[in-house]
Write a protein that binds this ligand. Structure first.
Ligand SMILES: O=C(O)CCC(=O)C(=O)O
Ligand SMILES: [Fe+2]
Length: 255
């Protein structure tokens, strides 16, 4: 069976498990199963979805080899190869060395995220996933045929029409900083559906925590920062403010 089809089949199966089993699941390390938005204080801040957020090393180190881990492994390694190829092409186009990703992106910080959006009784009031940008270099996304993903283009939200023969590639915050804004981290969100559930799988290309994201060009818009620093700032903002500030925190104030 095709890598994508198998991934989807296994993903559906794992989300069908009872809540208790998923939340205490020892398939992956603790904390990999997430649902809702712990910091939400109103409906608008709630994401109507559940997810498994799994570092690549958890997939490859998994001792009890199941059909799920095998499907994830195949999906992850294909996505990883694609992400590296695309990142190298984009780097070269922006005039930067393309070996940065091979040297700095490691398996313990790259991860897969399996998302499930159950039908929602109040679709106009609740997001499936709150508007956000991804905190990585780039994301390879495989969505099903239901639809609901939207992104900002020219200040307007537009729907990303499902295409069974296409993967979606999103630029993340780190590529925006590294390319000095040549590539833009795209803001996106997922709308809920009143009757149909939706599944998606995403691979996130990330550098090691110590890797320094150096903004290129004579007038770098962002100061240098490590991926660790970026993550800590995001976590701190989410805890204190309830939302991620992201790149604006790293703007270069020299000029
Ligand atoms: O489900 C989708 O289409 C988007 C998922 C997403 O944006 C994410 O996991 O960061
Ligand atoms: Fe995202």
């Amino acid at each position: 069976m095709d890598v994508l089809e198998k991934m989807r089949q296994e993903q559906i199966r794992v989300f069908r498990e009872p809540f208790d089993k998923k939340s205490t699941s020892d398939t992956f390390s603790t904390g990999s199963y997430r649902w809702g938005t712990p910091s939400a204080t109103c409906l608008r801040q709630l994401s109507w979805s559940e997810a498994f957020h799994v570092p690549m090393t958890d997939i490859s180190d998994n001792k009890d080899f199941t059909s799920l881990s095998s499907a994830m492994e195949r999906f992850a390694s294909e996505s990883e190869a694609l992400a590296h190829t695309l990142a190298e092409i984009l780097a070269e186009k922006s005039g930067r060395k393309s070996n940065f990703f091979r040297e700095n992106c490691v398996k313990n910080t790259c991860y897969l995220r399996m998302n499930h959006y159950p039908p929602c009784p109040k679709p106009s009031e609740v997001y499936g996933l709150m508007p956000h940008t991804d905190s990585d270099f780039l994301t390879i996304l495989y969505q099903d045929q239901v639809g609901g993903l939207q992104l900002i283009k020219n200040n307007r939200w537009i729907a990303v029409k499902p295409n069974p023969r296409a993967l979606i590639v999103n630029i993340g915050d780190l590529f925006q900083a590294w390319s000095n804004g040549m590539y833009k981290s795209v803001e996106h969100r997922v709308m809920t559906n009143p009757t149909v559930e939706r599944f998606s799988t995403a691979y996130f290309l990330c550098p090691s925590y110590d890797a320094v994201i150096e903004c290129s060009g004579d007038y770098p818009a962002y100061r240098n920062f490590s991926f660790r620093e970026f993550r800590q700032q995001v976590q701190e903002d989410v805890k204190k403010l309830g939302y991620k500030v992201g790149l604006p925190r790293f703007i270069n104030h020299v000029y």
